[in-house]
Design a protein around this ligand. Structure first.
Ligand code: ATP
Length: 320
């Protein structure tokens, strides 16, 4: 059996600006993605058939990850095979083994990480010969955050998040993640955001037509100069009010993290994970201990960023 193992990172959004709902139901975004050191490992193996492709999932939240063709890793593999015009022999199905550490439906794009990992693994396994650029095009079809999981680092995302420009960022950032006891569905959070926006009274700040999203220059400047305190102050997420309205406990989690000295506190993507920026690695350890003791979330973990995108950690294993 020949196999390839790829490690892919979770993401957080340092800025998530959401424009008005478009005719096709999507929202234009301007976002600053940042890949952090919380990874899923995905092994793709060619097996003896005949039989269907398979997905096996273990680890954090495995029970809520779909095992069949709905799994994003399997969708990504199918999209690559189609884009590369590969005619796959029916007697050589693949088996995708996902070891999850990224909590599921937590706003950390774990499914997208698995999809990116599957693209890199299958490209290698099938000798498809796709460049990074070509893989990113396939990734954008699979999901909005998949292209960033390939790229990693810190990058500005536009459109639905799939149009990426690497950002100039210096320094290493120390994050603490408060993992909530529950999940949020991204479409439901968007729908709530639309409802909250529609319900604003005329005259209220932010009422009237929703403006197009714009990149936050203060955040970009802070990232260029590598100043954690300025990055912490500039963190922003338009989805946060909607996530909190669906999951009110998040308000307290954010407040406790701020009281405990975090430089910035924000809901990750569509939530419900809360993310805190610490001044350095030692402060991050302290924050993990204090937040765990405060009992405001299910689990607390530490991660550094930026880290690279989906990367091979185990090459073709040869015969077994
Ligand atoms: P999104 O990426 O939609 O913003 P998220 O980051 O909050 O969502 P994910 O962990 O990516 O959360 O999961 C979103 C949904 O995708 C899950 O509810 C799950 O049913 C589905 N899904 C499909 N494949 C996977 C996968 N390999 N890992 C995790 N979730 C998956």
């Amino acid at each position: 059996m020949t196999s390839v193992t790829v490690r892919a990172p979770a993401k957080i959004n340092l800025q998530l600006a959401v424009g008005p709902r478009r005719g096709d139901g999507y929202h234009d975004l301007v976002t600053v993605f940042h890949a952090i050191s919380l990874f899923d490992d995905v092994t793709v193996a060619v097996t003896e058939g005949p039989g269907p492709d398979r997905v096996l999932v273990s680890g954090e939240g495995a029970e809520s990850v779909p095992g069949g063709s709905e799994n994003l890793a399997l969708k990504a593999a199918a999209a690559l095979a189609k884009a590369a015009g590969l005619v796959r022999a029916a007697d050589r199905p693949i088996e995708i083994t996902i070891r999850k550490r990224i909590p599921v439906a937590a706003g950390l794009a774990g499914g997208s990480a698995d999809a990116a990992a599957a693209l890199v693994a299958c490209n290698e396994l099938w000798n498809a010969g796709f460049s990074q650029e070509q893989l990113r095009e396939v990734a954008a079809e699979v999901g909005s955050d998949v292209a960033f999981a390939l790229l990693g680092g810190t990058a500005v995302g536009q459109g639905r998040g799939e149009r990426l420009t690497p950002a100039l960022a210096s320094g290493e950032y120390h994050w603490v993640l408060a993992v909530a006891d529950g999940q949020l569905s991204t479409p439901e959070v968007y729908a709530t955001l639309d409802r909250l926006r529609a319900a604003r009274d005329p005259g209220e700040p932010g009422s009237g037509p929703q403006p197009e999203p714009v990149l936050d220059n203060a955040l970009m400047g802070a990232l260029r100069s590598g100043e954690p305190a300025a990055v912490g102050r500039a963190l922003s997420n338009d989805m946060q009010p909607a996530a909190i309205s669906l999951f009110p406990a998040l308000r307290k989690t954010l407040a406790v993290g701020r009281e405990l000295g975090a430089l910035g506190a924000i809901v990750a993507g569509s939530g419900p994970t809360c993310v805190f920026l610490a001044a350095d690695a030692d402060r991050a350890v302290d924050l993990v201990v204090s937040l765990s003791g405060a009992g405001v979330c299910r689990a607390v973990t530490r991660a550094a960023g930026p880290v690279p995108g989906a990367s091979i950690i185990g090459s073709p294993a040869g015969a077994s």
